[in-house]
Design a binder for this molecule. Structure first.
Ligand SMILES: [Zn+2]
Length: 453
């Protein structure tokens, strides 16, 4: 790292701080650690100290730069988006369809455009810049069937020093010809992408069969083999989102016991495997995911937008076999990259299935819970010494309307609940990546640094 790189010198931020000392699904609000006056000290891309200001400041060398955050700021871990399709940015907010129809009418035409690497590069830049503006510091991203769509995203993520997981979509049937690979070609291209990107800086590769409908048994078999050869890679796909999809999978895989069993029998379940949705899973499927350590990415805005159904938290978090779950935008089926909006919709989706979600659970899912679902909680998801310094600074009074409501909140839980119910991107004041400020709402007109070409 060059000596002029600001992340190599010690820098401290001072303000209110939210961090975690447990899982609120197990410990309730006691899992939240809130300090109204805290310091996070960072060096070399990592957090050196984080805690109450008095204690941390005493331990810092004289002359350390301490930046005091503006009033109403809250430092917290950056948001982790566990499931998103960056090529669908250009079709977000397309009218009126359920899942299978949506794929045909919007997704596939949008993804076909990624045969052109210039399109991939432009959308990758737009996507990552928007992530930084929204406080999303890590994401697990579906690209398209074209290897160039991965190269474009990884290159832009590397320029921004992001921790990012992504993979080329595997799809060898039930899709337009231009978007199909074959079991062999998908395997070969994925293997080459793993060699090129996995473990480079903070980048990771995800073996990415879109879902059981668009992959033949031979392709799922090849994906499972690839994961056995590269067990520290991730696997990402979709499961049990929509009734028509589930019925189709049953017809295509008559020997499987259920949808989850299709993936299990092809060696695609386990720690570092994460599946979008899981809305209609049955008890046997939940048990299979829990036993294997497989995670689910809950995508509330997408589930509402496509009319897919209400995620069952009572089943996901059954005490005797809790399943790892992270929160996700699922753009473009999802309707926003705002994590505050996504948390607010997660609350409503949970209500629809009889689960009142406290703010502690929602904020945990958006940060440490997501990191745990991706098996990255040893690196990100909290503000604690040794972790990578990815954080977001919220403005808890980002609009006059929110400010008037905040005047009467009694504790941090209520303050966070107001943010996730009323807040949006205007509440994201700063985003820090690997100890460097990557985006600042209040730097009027200044584009994110990585955008300069
Ligand atoms: Zn998806």
């Amino acid at each position: 790292m060059p000596a002029s790189d600001p992340s190599s010198s010690l820098l401290a931020l001072r303000g209110a701080m939210l961090s975690w000392n447990g899982d609120p699904f197990e410990r309730g609000d006691a899992a939240m650690a809130f300090d109204s006056d805290a310091v996070v000290a960072m060096r070399g891309g990592r957090i050196l100290h984080a805690g109450p200001a008095a204690g941390v400041l005493r331990g810092l060398p004289a002359g350390t730069r301490v930046e005091r955050l503006p009033r109403d700021s809250l430092m917290m871990p950056g948001f982790v988006d566990c499931h998103v399709h960056y090529p669908q940015l250009p079709v977000i907010g397309s009218y009126g369809a359920r899942l299978l129809d949506w794929l045909d009418r919007y997704t596939f035409p949008a993804e076909a455009a990624f045969a052109d690497p210039r399109v991939a590069r432009r959308v990758a830049r737009d996507y990552l810049d928007e992530n930084l503006r929204q406080g999303i510091t890590t994401a697990a991203v579906f690209c398209t069937v074209h290897p160039g769509s991965v190269d474009a995203l990884m290159r832009e993520a590397a320029r921004r020093s992001l921790r990012l997981i992504a993979g080329k979509v595997l799809m060898d049937r039930h899709a337009p010809r231009a978007l199909r690979d074959t079991a062999k070609r998908g395997y070969d291209e994925s293997k080459a992408l793993i060699a090129r990107w996995h473990g480079r800086g903070r980048l990771g590769y995800a073996i990415t069969p879109r879902y059981a409908v668009t992959s033949s048994p031979a392709q799922l078999e090849a994906a499972g083999a690839l994961w056995r050869e590269h067990p520290d890679c991730w696997v990402q796909s979709h499961v049990s989102e929509n009734a028509d999809e589930i019925a189709w999978v049953r017809r295509l895989y008559p020997r499987a016991r259920d949808y989850v069993d299709v993936y299990v029998r092809h060696g695609l379940a386990g720690r570092r495997a994460i599946y979008g949705h899981g809305i209609h899973l049955r008890e046997r499927e939940w048990r299979a995911f829990a036993a294997s350590g497989t995670a689910i990415a809950h995508c509330p805005t997408s589930n509402l937008f496509l009319g897919s159904g209400f995620f069952r938290w009572d089943r996901a978090k059954r005490r005797d076999r809790p399943v790892r779950v992270g929160l996700a935008t699922d753009v473009g089926g999802g309707t926003t990259l705002s994590f505050l909006r996504t948390m607010g919709e997660a609350y409503k989706v949970a209500q629809g299935a009889g689960w009142a979600m406290p703010a502690a659970q929602a904020f945990w899912l958006a940060t440490q819970g997501g990191a745990r679902a991706l098996d990255l909680d040893g690196a990100i998801g909290n503000l604690a010494p040794g972790l990578e310094a990815d954080l977001v600074v919220l403005d808890l009074a980002s609009t006059p309307f929110i400010a008037q409501r905040m005047a009467s909140v009694r504790d941090i839980g209520e303050a966070l609940f107001v943010q996730m119910t009323l807040g949006d991107d205007r509440a994201v004041r700063q985003t820090w990546i690997a100890g460097r400020k990557a985006c600042d709402r209040d730097d009027a007109g200044a584009p994110p640094q990585a955008r300069r070409r």
